[in-house]
Design a protein around this ligand. Structure first.
Ligand code: ADP
Ligand code: MG
Length: 730
């Protein structure tokens, strides 16, 4: 082992080798493998064990004590099935390990009878109890392992239904390893990692890594192998992202903006408050990007209320200072209008040089393009975007539609928009008479952990607003563990008292002139059911808990005009309480609202609860958020507890990642072979950073990967064709 010679076998070769090229794989097994999405020898080699049985630490049946969770290697003695009450099928199996015997009981798993035939070896894992003096386990996890003499037995994900067994996989993998690494004539696997990275991180070779993960002599060997393979996965991902980022920078020309012009300095100079340190840092990062002739593509992460709008406005003003225009895109009409009003207020009184009349000045022009502006207004604004008389435009996605043209669009800010890809960039480029690609700032109030951002948004630069402006009173969050369905009376007296205190607080706040939100139970199955449930909640509150107050209802099935009307009534104080579905999740900004009640809160995710809670605590008044609902799972309890304990979106995002894993975060952007099989954004945070640094070093020293042909070739396997073409043409 230890060969890294270029005459070795590379991954492309393993991809080209179908599984039925292996001795033990016939048509039937090949079909079963296909079902598990295993087609090539590389798929098999990267089908990693899901756990290991360390026979040096194996328990013996005779030592098992009731209540233990244990894993034992056993041989099946006999298995039988019978029907029990309620028509269920019960399969019982007696197994032994030489020290004693154990009874296994399975309910409604009739196929166990066929699986656990006498003489079979299996690892069973479960909780031990005693029944009539006999040790037994009910519904244990069973892994068939076959005849095994090794000290560490890998247990592969397997499927009894399609006849794919752990020992089959171990055998096939052994055959691949024999042919490539361990056998007499084996040439070894190509190792594409630069020598210096192997040294720097103390990695084993790829040969050693694949042997170590599949055929370890000790658990320590597994860990060492895993370390290398995890790095490989994350490094490939980062290489692709960094290559993409650099390719965009290379192929697009941007505007080199003026970053110390009179508008921008005038604006920051006359703010009624000091910028936070985080705002100053972020604005500096953005201005440094804007000054370069490379188009910016930056993500601004900032918790609700961190002051992202100011940062966005600063960026857009830099564009105007140089004679260009800025645009801000919001996800909904309501939010566009809110931004428009806020930005107008911020910029009131600022003037720009009027290039049509020499030396004269005119007021800075901000316009709103929404459904609510009249047709003639719209026509006027569109015309003035073309002439450059309008400096800043605020609107929805309609802003980048075909018929909209800007004289010279310099900076685009996109609020709360997660999907902004290559297509949208192209659309943007076409919006302007100038050749240059506008600089883009994407803002999100849903923080994700740093390492996750590096992975999901690794082709963007990331700025973080991790500081709230001073003087905010933190929101107090309370969890009332009663049914979120108000019709069910709470059983515990103190819970009932908490609920009463909650409704009383709402009335108290409303008496003092404040307002409140009540968020209705989340119903995943259909919007129709959700609306029905919201209507029921609304009626119920109006008649019972909030009788006598002015209530409004907001849900997804209302027309835009109806939504607007309700929002206007709430904003102007004509409604005391807004009963709503999660349509109010994003951006709604009403400083006078100080109480948020979330019904059936256990069903919401952490990020969603945090967003909803962010609708209060936006003014000078003390605010409270009430989470109502029982935690039906351990995770739900952890989520609610996290919300009670923290208002820091980044801390919550870390907890969320711990609870949910990375699947949900990666899901949106990563497809195909990029799937992380071993690496976990959660467990391998440090490796994500190492891989990113390594990828940047490699790409910046050699943008076409010309001195790393093996790395480039391997990357091709994991990218789709168009991407490979774009990224690797150098
Ligand atoms: P975000 O969009 O990040 O949720 P906003 O930009 O809407 O936050 O800002 C929230 C509120 O904080 C606004 O009323 C804004 O005027 C105010 N604000 C922003 N920056 C500061 C600051 N440095 N000091 C005091 N108040 C600020
Ligand atoms: Mg905002």
């Amino acid at each position: 082992m230890g060969r890294t010679a270029s005459d070795g076998v590379d991954l492309a070769r393993l991809v080209a080798l179908p599984v039925d090229a292996l001795n033990g794989v016939g048509p039937k097994k090949s079909k079963a493998l296909a079902k598990a999405e295993i087609f090539s020898c590389l798929d098999l080699l990267t089908h990693y064990p899901r756990r290991y049985l360390d026979r040096t630490k194996e328990a013996r049946i005779v030592e098992l004590v009731a209540g233990d969770e244990a894993s034992v290697l056993v041989t099946v003695n006999n298995t039988s099935s019978r029907r029990v009450r309620g028509g269920k099928v019960m399969v019982s199996s007696t197994v032994s390990d030489g020290s004693g015997s154990l009874k296994l009981t399975f309910f409604n798993q009739r196929w166990r009878e066929r699986q656990l035939t006498p003489g079979r070896q299996a690892v069973v894992f479960g909780k031990v109890d005693f029944f009539r003096g006999q040790r037994q386990m009910t519904n244990p996890v069973v892994d068939l392992v076959g005849d095994k003499t090794g000290r560490i037995i890998p247990v592969y994900p397997q499927s009894d239904k399609s006849g794919l067994h752990s020992w089959d996989i171990a055998e096939w993998v052994a055959e691949i390893l024999r042919r490539t690494v361990t056998g007499q004539a084996a040439r070894g696997l190509v190792d594409p990692l630069p020598e210096y990275l192997l040294d720097e991180h103390d990695f084993v070779t790829r040969d050693a890594a694949f042997c170590g993960i599949h055929q370890p002599e000790s658990m320590a060997e597994v860990m060492i192998a895993r370390k290398r393979l995890v790095f490989d996965e994350l490094f490939r991902l980062q290489l692709a992202l960094v290559l993409r980022k650099r390719a965009i920078e290379r192929t697009e020309t941007g505007v080199a903006h003026v970053t110390d012009g009179p508008l921008l300095t005038g604006f920051t100079g006359r703010l009624p408050f000091e910028l936070t340190r985080a705002q100053r840092r972020t604005i500096d990062e953005i201005l440094a990007d804007l000054a370069k002739p490379i188009p910016m593509h930056r993500l601004l992460q900032g918790d609700v209320g961190a002051g992202k709008t100011l940062v966005a406005v600063a960026a857009m003003l830099a564009a105007v200072d140089g004679g260009h225009q800025g645009a801000l895109m919001a996800p909904t009409e309501v939010l566009a209008e809110q931004h428009f009003a806020g930005i107008r207020r911020l910029l009131d009184g600022l003037t720009v040089e009027d290039r049509t009349s020499l030396l004269a000045e005119r007021p800075l022009r901000v316009e709103l393009l929404s459904n609510r502006v009249t047709a003639s207004e719209r026509k006027r604004i569109l015309g003035q975007l073309i002439t450059g008389e309008v400096d800043l435009a605020v609107g929805t996605h309609a802003l980048i539609q075909e018929h909209v043209m800007f004289s010279s669009l310099g900076v685009v800010v996109i609020d709360e928009q997660h999907r902004f890809g290559v297509e949208q960039r192209a659309a943007l480029r076409d919006r302007s008479y100038e050749e240059a690609t506008p600089d883009v700032l994407v803002m999100t109030a849903t923080p994700i952990p740093r390492t996750a951002a590096m992975t999901v948004y690794g082709d963007l630069d990331v700025s973080v607003l991790d500081e709230l402006p001073p003087g905010r009173t933190p929101i107090t969050t309370r969890w009332v563990a009663v049914p979120g369905n108000l019709d069910q009376a709470p059983e515990a007296l103190d819970a009932a008292a908490d609920l009463e205190a909650m409704w009383a607080e709402i009335r108290g706040q409303i008496n003092e002139g404040r307002q409140a939100y009540v968020v209705c139970p989340l119903i995943d199955e259909s919007e129709k059911l959700e609306v029905a449930s919201a209507e029921t909640t609304f009626e119920r509150l109006r008649q019972v808990e909030l009788d006598g107050l002015q209530l409004g209802l907001l849900h997804g099935r209302l027309t835009p005009a109806e939504k607007d009307q309700t929002m206007d009534l709430f904003r102007s104080g004509h409604l005391d309480v807004l009963v709503a579905t999660t349509v109010i999740e994003v951006g709604v900004d009403i400083a006078n609202a100080t109480v948020m009640v979330i019904l059936d809160a256990g069903r919401f995710g952490i990020a969603q609860l945090h967003q909803l809670r962010g609708r209060v605590g936006r003014g000078a008044h003390v605010s409270t958020c009430w989470l109502v609902g029982e935690a039906t799972t351990e995770d739900a309890e952890a989520r609610l507890q996290a919300l009670v304990e923290s208002t820091d979106g980044f801390a919550l995002a870390e907890i969320d990642l711990d609870l949910r894993g990375e699947g949900t975060i990666l899901g949106e952007r990563q497809k195909g072979r990029n799937d992380l099989k071993l690496a976990s954004l959660r467990r391998d945070r440090k490796v994500v950073e190492q891989a990113r640094r390594a990828a940047i070093d490699v790409v910046d020293a050699d943008p076409g990967l010309e001195s790393h042909p093996q790395l480039a070739a391997e990357l091709q396997l994991f990218l789709d064709e168009a991407d490979a073409e774009f990224l690797l043409k150098g």
